[in-house]
Design a protein around this ligand. Structure first.
Ligand code: SF4
Ligand code: SF4
Length: 201
């Protein structure tokens, strides 16, 4: 009987101690937040998602070269004079078509080193940090805007432009050589004509 009352007392005492701790926290400011409805303020550097504004990208590759883990892949095709990619929002002339701009965010170490060297400030670290995926390949972000047909067309245009430039260069060199030959022949003929005739003895 005595043990029964002791166990009952222990149970009530334990509940009271628990309630004391709970009541104490009612009057302490809350340290938890109602995530995801409420989100904590972002630190200066965080494991965030990168974004590239392709309208302003000039394909200079500086971000890719600055990346310590090589997770940015950029491919470009030279623009031809009759098919310019236009200007950036800051008025800088674009000379390249960016045919591939991939960032493998699964490899990214979120260092932001790609952001600082960009001359047009078009690559940025966003505030988005919730981007988990089931498939690792879904963490490769493709920012290039041209489709495969457009890329093939740009490449073909540049190949034709290059071939025409090379042909023009060859034609100019040939014309120059022919002119030099004609000049040399004319000079030799003039020299021959200018020779004094030998006197008969
Ligand atoms: S944040 Fe760092 S690791 Fe990620 S893409 Fe930029 S340079 Fe590379
Ligand atoms: S540094 Fe900027 S402009 Fe150059 S390729 Fe990267 S994102 Fe584009």
């Amino acid at each position: 009987m005595k043990q029964y009352f002791k166990n009952t007392f222990d149970a009530i005492w334990t509940v009271l101690i628990g309630m004391k701790i709970t009541l104490k926290h009612v009057f302490v400011p809350s340290v938890t937040i109602q995530y995801p409805d409420v989100k904590p303020p972002m630190p200066e550097r965080a494991r965030n998602r990168l974004y590239v504004n392709m309208d302003d990208c000039i394909g200079c590759d500086q971000c890719a070269r600055a990346c310590p883990v090589n997770c940015i892949t950029i491919e470009t095709v030279n623009a031809t004079p009759d098919d310019s990619p236009g200007l950036t929002s800051q008025g800088k002339k674009k000379a390249l078509w960016v045919t591939k701009f991939d960032i493998d965010i699964a490899k990214c170490c979120f260092c932001s080193l790609c952001v600082y060297p960009c001359p047009t400030e078009c690559i940025e670290m966003t505030k988005v940090y919730e981007f988990s995926e089931f498939d690792r390949n879904d963490l490769i972000y493709n920012f290039a805007t041209l489709n495969s047909d457009e890329i093939a067309e740009k490449q073909q245009k540049f190949d034709v432009f290059l071939a025409e430039k090379e042909a023009a260069k060859l034609a100019a060199a040939k014309a120059k050589a022919e002119k030099a030959k004609a000049d040399a022949e004319a000079k030799a003929e003039k020299k021959e004509n200018d020779k004094p005739e030998s006197k008969p003895e």
